[in-house]
Design a protein around this ligand. Structure first.
Ligand code: NDP
Length: 286
């Protein structure tokens, strides 16, 4: 089993350690990376994600600002907060925790964040840069998957990668990153006909759907690398992926568990993106 299960916790620990060392170096040059996180409302899952981001930022020696806004906050007020953070030189990354309450247009909010502080990589400018192969911020989850694949020694060039899911935050950027590394990429979605016949061709299979255990043994080719992005709260109260782990484990050559796979990588890459933003800003000014 050794080496078969990709340990996202361990790889994320390494990334965070590397970020921490670089933060110290940057601080010695007089620049402290800063991340601002805005939380609107009282959703417990969102509050818990924001809490763990705040703790990680602090643990890595960066400056953290968490702005908690009322559930009834207007779009105008939130836009004002983003503009203030855009102009604040102590802040290098701005993240608005999604989802937002119904009265607020998510796309409008994301588009207001200065692209050079958009460490989530959701701004249309950064999405466009990824598409064009230009440097910019890449969404943390697919970026973290690329790091996991690389550090696990998975070769992508010439391989068939199948991505199930086409969201703007996971599936689409994932497919672009795999393409950049010279994989042959197929993207599947809810209207894909005969999904197993396509996923079964995959050398690398990424499941980013949000349906517990939907990828079973019949979806996977012998020896495939299987990356499970799904986070689903099961009836047992525990977290489950999109992949039926027990069924796929004997077939795959490598597989990520849930929890402890892709999840921890996302937050590590947020830290890496914030560091990069600070480096860009401080070296430009210094
Ligand atoms: P979305 O709901 O935005 O997208 C889901 C995608 O899955 C859509 O493209 C949808 O297709 C597709 N889909 C739905 N049903 C099927 C089906 N039966 N067969 C094939 N494709 C299907 O989700 P996200 O991309 O935001 O997230 C996906 C999962 O990843 C969720 O469980 C989420 O919690 C998790 N996640 C985990 C993260 C982490 O850090 N580990 C970070 C972000 C997300 P269509 O476009 O046609 O509707």
């Amino acid at each position: 089993m050794d080496g078969k299960i990709i340990d996202g916790k361990e790889i994320s620990r390494q990334i965070k350690e590397e970020v921490k060392q670089e933060v110290e170096q940057l601080k010695a040059e007089g620049c402290t990376p800063g991340l601002a996180v805005i939380l609107v409302g009282n959703d417990p899952a969102s509050a818990s994600y924001v809490g763990s981001k705040e703790r990680t930022v602090q643990a890595l020696g960066m400056h953290s600002e968490v702005i908690r806004m009322d559930e009834a906050t207007s779009e105008a007020k939130l836009l004002g907060e983003i503009r203030r953070l855009n102009d604040d030189p102590a802040i290098h990354g701005i993240l608005v925790q999604l989802p937002l309450p119904d009265q607020i247009d998510e796309q409008r909010i994301i588009s207001e964040i200065a692209p050079e502080k958009d460490v989530d990589g959701f701004h249309p400018v950064n999405a466009g840069k990824l598409m064009a192969g230009l440097p910019g911020f890449v969404p943390c989850t697919p970026l973290g998957i690329m790091v996991m694949l690389e550090r696990s020694g998975v070769v992508l060039e010439g391989k068939h990668a199948v991505v199930v899911g086409r969201s703007n935050i996971v599936g689409k950027p994932m497919s672009m990153l795999l393409l950049q590394k010279n994989a042959t990429v197929t993207v599947c979605h809810s209207r894909t006909a005969d999904l197993p016949s396509i996923t079964k061709q995959a050398d690398i299979l990424v499941a980013a759907v949000g349906r517990e255990g939907m990828i079973g043994g019949e979806h996977v080719k012998e020896g495939a690398v299987v990356i499970d992005v799904g986070i689903n709260r099961g009836t047992d109260g525990k977290l489950h992926g999109d992949v039926d782990f027990d069924a796929v484990l004997p077939i795959a050559s490598k597989i990520t568990p849930v929890p402890g796979g892709v999840g921890p990588m996302t937050i590590a890459m947020l830290m890496a993106n914030t560091l990069e933003s600070a480096r860009n800003a401080c070296r430009q000014n210094g």
